[in-house]
Design a protein around this ligand. Structure first.
Ligand code: ADP
Length: 273
């Protein structure tokens, strides 16, 4: 970038930009935390099942014996506490804000744990939301974790940008659904990650098909397969069906009962980090 066109926002330019004034904008996490790997779960648009995939990944990693946390950065649409049946409010001690713990020991922090009434909408401006996400990284007492999964809000706005520039990520898992339009939006999100030098671990295609309960045949509800992930230069980690039992588990707060190995490829790629 030439001096004339420099916006002064080092977060939006490549690491090789000659105008860069700071080497890194990354913030350290709290001093009582020992987080081995930090992974963002991102999507180009909302409703594709990003939070569902985050939850299932956390459950799969936890079942393998890893210590797992979820930082719910989807401040205006937090769905993680509901999926795990968490209703408690956040507490604090001298080491920081204390995450809630699920039955199996997954640590969770979400804005819903800070609100008096979880049904009230968060009507805050971008920088306030981004500031809270930063605090979830710096002021929460996560303790020892093998994996911290960050459920990012969809798109390429303020908050994903804050996550990418504040937290040193080991990688990101992208969640998409098979529609053409969504794929186009995925390209934007992938390009944003590329611009910010984020390692994309791969793509999970959610709501890819539905299995007929009578004949067992698979149907591609959204036309299926129109997206070629090879074109994006990223790995397809798996295709998940529309599964009414998964939706029911999430709705009833019992996603920890989720069984199945549809995300096994994603888990093994994460274990390679
Ligand atoms: P996002 O985080 O991308 O906005 P969510 O994970 O909240 O999306 O999912 C949107 C809705 O779709 C939720 O009600 C969730 O339970 C449901 N859902 C997500 N993935 C599946 C799936 N594979 N099968 C059935 N329902 C799903």
């Amino acid at each position: 970038m030439s001096e004339n066109s420099c916006s002064g926002n080092c977060a939006s330019c490549g690491s090789n930009c000659s105008e860069r004034k700071q080497d890194s904008l990354f913030e350290p996490t709290g001093k009582y935390n020992n987080i081995k790997h930090t992974i963002a779960v991102v999507s180009g648009k909302g409703g594709v099942g990003k939070s569902a995939v985050t939850s299932m990944l956390a459950v799969s990693l936890c079942k393998k014996g890893y210590k797992v946390g979820i930082l719910d950065a989807d401040i205006t649409g937090p769905s993680i506490p509901k999926a795990f049946g968490i209703t408690s409010k956040a507490m604090q001690n001298d080491k920081g804000i204390l995450p809630a713990q699920t039955k199996e020991g997954i640590k969770i922090v979400s804005v819903n744990m800070m609100l008096e009434d979880g049904e009230q909408p968060v009507v805050w401006r971008g920088p306030v939301i981004a500031g809270l996400v930063k605090q979830f990284w710096t002021d929460v007492f996560w303790g020892d974790l093998d994996y911290l999964l960050i459920d990012c809000p969809p798109g390429t706005g303020d908050v994903p940008l804050t996550v990418f520039q504040t937290i040193k990520l080991d990688g990101a898992v992208m969640v998409t659904s098979p529609q053409d339009l969504v794929s186009l939006i995925v390209k934007k999100a992938l390009n944003m990650a590329k611009m910010m030098n984020i390692n994309i671990i791969g793509i999970v295609e959610n709501m890819s098909y539905v299995v007929c309960p009578d004949c067992g045949k698979k149907f591609s509800v959204f036309g299926g397969g129109s997206a070629s992930y090879d074109d994006f230069g990223v790995k397809l980690l798996g295709k998940l069906p529309i599964d009414p039992s998964l939706a029911a588990m999430i709705d009833s707060g019992s996603v920890e009962h989720f069984e199945g190995d549809l995300l096994s490829n994603a888990v093994s790629e994460i274990e390679k980090l």
